[in-house]
Design a protein. Structure first.
Length: 89
């Protein structure tokens, strides 16, 4: 089981393209690493400290939500509870 914590805001190219990182040369797209994580771990959730009303459906946040199969939850008591329920299924 894996729990990511973060706001998931970055340049979409960091997720979708090799070399997309603004800090270093990444030989593989970030999405490739998400795929590897999903192949190794059955349960993956993402806890996001940003209010859910800020999430939207596009950009890096939308891509990240898709990569975790929509299992992104707000970093709140209710969000933690929902994430733990998902992990324990």
């Amino acid at each position: 089981k894996v729990i990511f914590v973060g706001d998931a805001t970055m340049a979409p190219y960091e997720i979708t393209h090799p070399g997309g990182s603004i800090e270093h040369w990444n030989e593989e797209a970030g999405a490739t690493w998400f795929q590897r994580i999903h192949e190794h771990f059955r349960k993956v959730v993402w806890l996001n400290p940003l209010p859910e009303s800020y999430w939207g459906s596009g950009g890096s946040l939308g891509i990240t939500r898709q990569l975790v199969n929509e299992h992104m939850y707000p970093l709140t008591i209710d969000g933690l509870e929902s994430a733990m329920k998902q992990l324990s299924k």
